[in-house]
Design a protein around this ligand. Sequence first.
Ligand code: IPM
Ligand code: MG
Length: 371
Amino acid sequence: MTFKLLVLPGDGIGPEVIAQARRVIDWFVARRGLKVEIEEDLLGGASHDRHGTFLTEATKARARAADAVLIGAEGGPKWAHLRSGSGPEARSGLIRLRRELEVYANLRPIKAFAALSQESPLKAEVIRGVDLVIVRELTGGVYFGEPRGIEKLPDGTRRGVDTQVYTTPEIERVARAAFELARTRRRRVASVDKANVMQTGVLWRQEVQRLHQAAYSDVTLENVLADNCAMQLIRDPRQFDVIVTDNLFGDLLSDGAAMIAGSLGMLPSASLGAPDARGRRKAIYEPVHGSAPDIAGTNAANPLGAVLSVAMMLRHSLGLGAEAELLERAVEAALASGLRTADIAAPGTSVVTTAAMGDGVIAALEAAARG
Ligand code: IPM
Ligand code: MG
């Protein structure tokens, strides 16, 4: 069966990092017999410029028909003014696509790369050996809650509203994803909420605890308040294995935790839906970094988040865990050989381009394949 992949390079540095991810996919096709059929389409500002919307119905249909979607990045100052209000354009194409495919479990692995121990702003002894995954709820919470919008008040001032809302099934399915993942790792889950302040937090904690007792008592569960989690991630990140949290806290905590890996440019992600009857899940793979308009088009972006997202696709959508590890080792080898894009270069050291980093990964794959 040929795997159908929809590629949406998007905006800013998206097309540059996706070009390197595609070279890596091409390598697996040419050298490892991977069978994949690739379609490309527009997303975000690129789509708005052409079609007047961040996500067209046709692109949605292509995404639904694909086995997986690989995204670069979306957005930029050129389109920021379109985002206010309560119509569909107030939500980015990316956010609409996540909801459309119902990819509720967003896996954001954070690893301390040995080669980058001096490049992280955190002390080498604090980050050594860190290997954790943030499982962020991706299709609910304040990103989607209604009512939302900005309204005029009689006195001429305005009122902005967002709604944080979660239901039992929404909490349960993402918690299940986290417990299942923990079973393949060190069997520890930290569930993160603000149960001391928010009703959604109280519900979150109760539902996670109930599921834990009912089905996952072999996994150690700890409840952590979100503000404390932010501190613990910096103070002692090795204590974490799997962190499960809501959409907004997951957004914040994953950017913060990225500094463990040295740069947001290093982080991949997988967003997975519920398994269907044949065990297949809708999936979006995307680097966590945004569109970085300040460096777009300069061949300076770090492509490793996108490349590592391909590794996650090999593992989670294609069931090719060994191939995923081959690619992850190639990334480590490229770093160990000293290649650094600007975001991960120590001051005064030399910097390579996006494409040269891609060359380094391909060379490392070649070397590994030769054994
Ligand atoms: C992320 C990003 C997105 C989010 C933005 C680009 C809408 O920050 O994937 O973390 O907030 O989810
Ligand atoms: Mg974010």
